[in-house]
Design a protein around this ligand. Structure first.
Ligand code: FDA
Length: 497
């Protein structure tokens, strides 16, 4: 409540925020987490907490009156529909040159993501975080993150026979015929549960296409891992539908934090001011960067260094589909959780995940989310006339990603005698180059912060999320975000508490 004084305030309840809150609570520190999204613990009128993928409703999107689905069309027809404006789970946040998809709610991106839980190859790690000791990461913090998140690889024998992975087996066959290695991608999905879904002995979740708007059953989001452990400590309070708007030094020490309470229509119902001894920024790459850039520019935290807002990248995301021959159906039943990818990172700068197209009908299409080694980095700026934070990413900056993705798909198309699909992102459009699922950077480790996430100009302020990572992880990012948070919080608890 307004006027309160708390010891530790954590802004955001995604991976970085959950790691920090759990480890602090286990060390005997009381923690208050502030989350702008909803709790996602109560079923709606249909008895389910999360909306279905093919029937988006108000629960599906953050404060929009029309859906903004990543695949915006099918067979050339637009598929977006009108919905009620509501504090839904998936935010499609639009900047001038890119739409950034993010999870909103207690659990952050873990509520909506594909669960792909990938540790980067050690030889790529130096380029990702050059100031971090790789021995510590690969011996201690990556194993810790993987264990806590519940990461496992699909049973390879089951993969060979599962109806819901026919699309992935087609993807593997075509990759291998073009000479590319196909590798299994670990996931946090409960594989035993998926076997039961496929067998029809448990309610369907991944096998029913659930993903983008939340999984009602089998995915181990943070709700089932870190946040469950957090609740068991009894030391952490979580305030959903609360948004932090300002952090500034308090007259008698600590920080004054301004917080807006939101209605489910997105209106501000109350404004609260509290004091916190310590504040962790874990609002995600975009959320943390936007807050810090605004607070520096508007004089709330004027001494933040000039690296704030820099080093942002899209993890090289680019999407595309390929049309298959009629004798290569990808299946009407497709598990939403990808389980394998095509590795051409070393030679072509591209790693393509074989993704589902869970429409419920045979599409004769293969669909891919490719992560590429795109070199472009953008910067967040305060715009005094709109009083908003802008991002200077340009749409043409995706061109290197397209070229890298082509090193895989031009070759596969040549081998197979097939073509790209051009009906998934509009009319006559091959590349999904308008979006990212993987925002990274904006408060880069050892540049905007010290080597552990401390904002050194302001003792007691820390960054703990994907904004620490300079734009690219070479793989899907949440395992690296989690492992880095485990590393940083261990040092911060030992030295600062
Ligand atoms: P994260 O975004 O998780 O959490 C930040 C939280 O802070 C959010 O809950 C937000 O609402 C809250 N917040 C923001 N501003 C606030 C404010 N001012 N006040 C209060 N709260 C605020 N990654 C991966 O490794 N494998 C995968 O398969 C996928 N797939 C995928 C699919 C889709 C559709 C998306 C959108 C994303 C993915 N990702 C992914 C990306 C992954 O989910 C992402 O990298 C992490 O969730 C980022 O973790 P953070 O802790 O940085 O922030």
């Amino acid at each position: 409540s307004s006027g309160a004084r708390v010891s530790v305030l954590v802004i955001g309840s995604g991976y970085g925020g959950s790691v920090a809150a759990l480890r602090l609570a286990q060390a005997g520190v009381d923690v208050h987490m502030i989350e702008m999204g909803m709790a996602w613990d109560t079923p709606g009128a249909d008895g389910k907490i999360f909306a279905h993928t093919t029937k988006p409703d108000e629960r599906s999107f953050w404060l929009r009156t029309k859906t903004k689905q990543p695949l915006s069309s099918f067979l050339g027809f637009p598929i977006d529909r009108d919905i009620q404006r509501y504090t839904g789970i998936l935010d499609a946040e639009e900047f001038a040159g890119i739409t950034v998809y993010q999870g909103r709610g207690v659990g952050g991106g873990s509520l909506v993501n594909g669960g792909m839980a990938v540790t980067p190859k050690r030889e790529n790690f130096r380029a990702i975080l050059p100031s971090v000791n790789p021995d510590e990461m690969y011996n201690v913090y990556y194993p810790r993150a993987n264990a806590e998140l519940g990461v496992h690889t699909i049973d390879p024998a089951w993969f060979e026979v599962a109806e819901c992975y026919q699309y992935a087996r087609v993807g593997r066959k075509q990759a291998q015929r073009s000479g590319f290695p196909f590798v299994f991608v670990p996931n946090v999905y409960d594989w035993d549960y998926m076997k039961q879904e496929q067998a029809g002995t448990a309610p369907r979740s991944a096998v029913a296409g659930e993903l983008l708007y939340g999984n009602n059953y089998g995915k181990k989001s943070l709700q089932k891992t870190y946040l469950k452990q957090i609740a068991a400590t009894g030391r952490v309070t979580i305030s959903p539908l609360h948004r932090v708007t300002s952090v500034t030094p308090a007259p008698r020490g600590g920080y004054t934090v301004e917080i807006e309470q939101l209605t489910t229509a997105g209106a501000v119902s109350t404004t609260k001011t509290i004091t916190a001894d310590t504040v962790f920024f874990a609002a995600g790459s975009v959320g943390t960067s936007k807050l810090l850039v605004k607070l520096k520019a508007t004089g709330a935290l004027p001494n933040l260094n000039s690296e704030i807002g820099k080093g942002w990248g899209d993890n090289g995301n680019v999407m595309c589909g390929r049309a298959n021959h009629i004798w290569d159906p990808t299946g009407t039943l497709q598990a939403s959780v990808p389980t394998g990818g095509i590795d051409n990172w070393a030679a072509g700068g591209a790693f393509a995940e074989v993704a589902p197209l869970p429409t419920g009908i045979e599409t004769w299409a293969s669909f891919y989310l490719t992560l590429t080694n795109n070199p472009h980095r953008a910067r967040f700026h305060w715009n005094p006339s709109t009083k908003q934070v802008d991002l200077d990413w340009q749409k043409v900056w995706k061109q290197p990603s397209i070229e890298m993705a082509k090193t895989i798909f031009h070759k596969i198309n040549a081998t197979e005698g097939t073509i790209y699909r051009s009906d998934l992102f509009g009319v006559n459009t091959i590349w999904g180059d308008h979006l990212t699922y993987h925002p990274l950077g904006g408060a880069v480790l050892n540049k905007a912060t010290d080597n552990y996430g401390r904002l050194v100009e302001y003792p007691g302020l820390y960054v703990m999320d994907g904004s620490l990572i300079p734009g690219n992880t070479s793989v899907n990012p949440f395992v690296t975000i989690t492992a880095l948070a485990e590393r940083n919080i261990e040092e911060i608890i030992a030295s600062d508490f």
